[in-house]
Every structure is written in C-alpha cells, then in structure tokens.
Design a protein around this ligand. Structure first.
Ligand code: ACO
Length: 432
C-alpha cells in the first residue's frame, strides 16, 4: 500500500507521508504541510483529525470494537477489576501479583483528603451541581499537594496518580453528602474500590452500611466500561491543558468540566431527565421520537447516537446485561424503565434512526443502572468522571512523555473584518 499521498495545489504537487497504526488505521501526516505549502487544514469538530499517536485504546466504530492495551473490553469487564484496568491503562501491561498488591495498597491508603480541603466544601451552596464541586476540588488538590511539580519525574508522577485515583471517590461522595446535608463518611480501607464508593455515598456515621457485593461488582463493571475512550472531548481537554505543562490536577479538573456537557458525559443525566419528562407528560414516547426526527426542533433523543460507533456501542451491550441483572435482583418496578424500553424498541425500528445508525449508547443504560443503585441523577456524571479518571491519567502521561510533545495549538481560518482604521468614540455613528 502507498506510503505517501499526493496533494496538488496551484500547479504544484506535494508528497505527504502516510503512516499506519498497529491495527491498520492509516493517516496522512500533515505535520509539515504549512511549512511546505503555506496552507493549513480545517476540520471543525475534529472528525478527521488525529491529534496524536497513542498506544492506549483502540476502537473501531464500524465494527463495534473497544480494546485497552490490546485487551477486549468484554474480557476486562468479565475477568478484571477497575483498579487493575486503571493500572493497565496507565502503565501499559496488566500488573503481576506484587505490582497489583502494591498498587491497590497505595490507592487504598491515599483516600483521605486534607482536613482543610474538607472545609472548602462548606463554602459551596447546598444546591451546587456536584460536577462544579468535583472540578473545583480536584483543581484545589494542586494547592494542597504541591509536590507534583515535575510532571516528567516518575516518582512524583506516580504518587500524584495514586492520590488522584484514591481521592476522587472521597471528593465525589463528600459533594453528594454536602448536597443532602448529611455528615461526610470517611473511606473504609477494608473495602474494595467500588464498595468504598457505595459506602461513602450511602453510609452514615451512626450505623454500619452493608455493601451488597453484587452491586459493588456492577458498579466496578460500569467504571471499567468508562475507563478510557481514546481522544474524546474530555480526554482531548486533558491532553491540551496538560500540553501547557499545567499540573495533572488542573488538567483533570478541566477534563471534568468538559465531561459535564450534555453532549458528552452529561448525557446520562440528560437521559434520565428526558425519561422523567416523558413520564410526566403521560408516557407517550412517540411524541419524543417525532420531535427528535423533526429538523425544525433542536430536540435529540438523549442516549442515542455516537460520534464513532456507527453500528453499536460495545459498552452498551455489556451494560445492558448488567443492568437487566441488577434490576431483576433488586426487583425494580420503575415506570421510567418501561419508557426506556419502549423508546429503545421504537427507535431501533424507526427508519430515521436505522438510516443514521443511531443506537442506544452506554449512557442510555448507565443512567438506568445508576438510578437502580440509588445514585441520584445529578451524581451520574460524577460517577462517569470516577470511571474515566484512569483514561485521563494514562493519556496525560503518554502525552507528557512523548518524544515530540509540544504545546497544543490549533490553527484557524480567519473570516472577520479585514484591517480598518480605528474610530474615536465621539466620531462613531450611533448603532442601530
Ligand atoms: N436524536 C436525534 N437525531 C440525532 C441524534 C439523536 N440523539 N444523534 C444524531 N442525530 C442525527 C443528526 O440530527 C444528524 O441528522 P442529519 O444527518 O439528518 O442532519 C445525524 O443524526 C448525524 O448526527 P451528528 O450530529 O452529525 O452526529 P455527531 O457525531 O456529531 O454527534 C452525538 C454524536 C453528539 C453523540 C449525537 O448523536 C447526540 O447528540 N446524541 C445525544 C447525546 C448523547 O447521547 N451523548 C452521549 C454520547 S456517548 C458519551 O459521551 C459517552
């Protein structure tokens, strides 16, 4: 296969290298294009732009494949744990027994946050969105743990990574407890990562909270499913912010802000809000399907469609099964669930959705599962952030250590006014 591409412009032909990844994906390398031709490329939304070479996650949207470091997501969710997948993503290989024990031990022993940081929570209003609190508090970690200065020093980097993984569930749970006026529950080192998440969310200091191991397992699976998804909006944010050599806490805080949007991680909350709205309006899913198809309406069916998965979302397939299992175990009889089933069924057989390859994505089911676990709607995107953290860290670490690491700085095509003379205030005509 050709390893160069030709570009002809203004009578001159340029040779551009074509590079190939290990799974056969090919890209035209335009890194020298502007220097050689004076032109840039334009690709708003970055649908055709590879921003980096990465050895972390492979996904094929047409075939519905998702691999982390070569391991299929189906295998990881069946045989691994969230912390092991975190290690795999960040360090490149599954840990051996000694590495695994040391990693789990380190993460377990760094879960407490500085007591002064705990005071910061008190300043937020009761109705603050927990994503606002999470993003602020993660950035605040850089004020309390200042020894993360040298991003490329691996000992400092390793301790910062462990601190973040350990403290994010504590911060998330404190944000929730604050919003409902309950006392904070400190982490319990005898529990697994996901069991601890449930304990700090639902426990109270005055009585023992029994974590159901099946629910902790379902949550662990859900966290694994969210652990990385290559160069999506929040991950690209981590890389871009981190490329300025801002510290990891600051870069992750920015990623949390990016994840918050309803077109990204905020979709799981938006799904539940949409199901609620349908329920309150009498339960007729058809009207909402019609609205989603109506080009004069900006309404979209939340939880449907994906930028890269155009046949099915492999994560959705896995989580749908877990979701069914948990709902059956808990004996949930939820009218919103009925609406979700009807919506899924109708959309899957509707030409509009079939032609555009709009299938339920992971967020469609994750919202339903979180609700069954008792997690309030406003916390859904926070749970997503806990899951995505290892991916953000792995991508940040890869970016920082890349031999060709440079600050990220896209170009543009200017379409504004051309140069014009400045008019002093008293000479300016009145605007209409
Ligand atoms: N409901 C109705 N129509 C839709 C939907 C939807 N959910 N998603 C896409 N379409 C339509 C578009 O209107 C467009 O139609 P057209 O070709 O007639 O103009 C066509 O399908 C292609 O859509 P695009 O907007 O080009 O797809 P894009 O890749 O830009 O967007 C996205 C992907 C943002 C996920 C979109 O499908 C969407 O808004 N979905 C709902 C929000 C959601 O569930 N987001 C979660 C994504 S998963 C995640 O972040 C983990």
């Amino acid at each position: 296969m050709a390893n160069t591409a030709q570009l002809s412009i203004d009578g001159t032909t340029y040779e551009l290298p074509v590079i190939e990844g290990t799974e056969g994906e090919r890209a035209i390398d335009i890194r020298k294009l502007r220097a050689e031709t004076g032109l840039v490329t334009i690709d708003s939304g970055y649908g055709n732009t590879g921003s980096c070479e990465s050895a972390i996650t492979f996904l094929n949207g047409e075939k519905g494949i998702l691999h982390h470091r070569g391991y299929a997501i189906e295998d990881l969710t069946s045989h691994s744990t969230f912390l092991e997948v975190a290690y795999l993503l960040i360090y490149g290989d599954l840990p051996d027994e000694e590495q695994s024990n040391a990693f789990i031990d380190d993460v377990t022993r760094h879960t407490l946050i500085h007591e002064n940081l705990r005071q910061v929570f008190l300043g937020f209003p009761l109705n603050a969105h927990p994503m606002a609190i999470l993003s602020s508090m993660v950035c605040s970690l850089s004020a309390f743990y200042q020894d993360q200065g040298n991003a490329t020093d691996s000992a400092e980097m390793d301790i910062t990574i462990r601190r973040l993984l350990a403290k994010i569930p504590t911060i998330a749970a404190f944000a929730y407890k604050k919003s409902i006026g309950q006392p904070f529950v400190y982490p319990d080192n005898s529990l697994s990562y996901s069991a601890n998440v449930l304990n700090t969310l639902f426990g109270v200091p005055c009585e023992q909270y029994e974590v159901d191991p099946e629910l902790a397992l379902a949550l662990d699976q859900l966290l694994i499913l969210h652990a990385d998804h290559e160069q999506n909006c929040s991950t690209s944010t981590v890389r871009l912010v981190g490329s300025s050599r801002a510290n990891l806490f600051a870069a992750v805080s920015a990623a949390i802000a990016a994840l918050w949007g309803p077109l990204h991680g905020g979709a799981n909350q938006a799904v539940l809000e949409m199901l609620n709205e349908i329920h309150e309006s009498g339960g007729g899913a058809e009207k909402y399907i019609r609205m989603a198809k109506d080009k004069s309406s900006s309404f979209r069916l939340m939880g449907f469609g994906h930028r890269v998965y155009k046949n099915f979302d492999p994560r959705a397939k896995i989580i749908k099964k877990t979701c069914d299992r948990v709902l059956e175990k808990l004996g949930v009889d939820d009218p919103l669930l009925e609406i979700a089933r009807k919506l899924e069924e109708t959309a899957l057989h509707d030409d509009y959705f079939v032609e555009r390859k709009l299938y339920p994505n992971v967020d469609f089911y994750s919202g339903i599962l979180y609700r069954a676990l008792g997690i309030p709607t406003e916390m859904f995107t926070v749970m997503f952030a806990i899951g995505r953290l290892p991916g953000w860290i792995a991508q940040w670490r890869e970016m920082i250590n890349a031999p060709d690491a440079r600050i990220g700085r896209p170009r543009q095509i200017y379409t504004g006014e051309t140069a014009r003379p400045f008019v002093p205030l008293h000479h300016r005509p009145k605007s209409q």
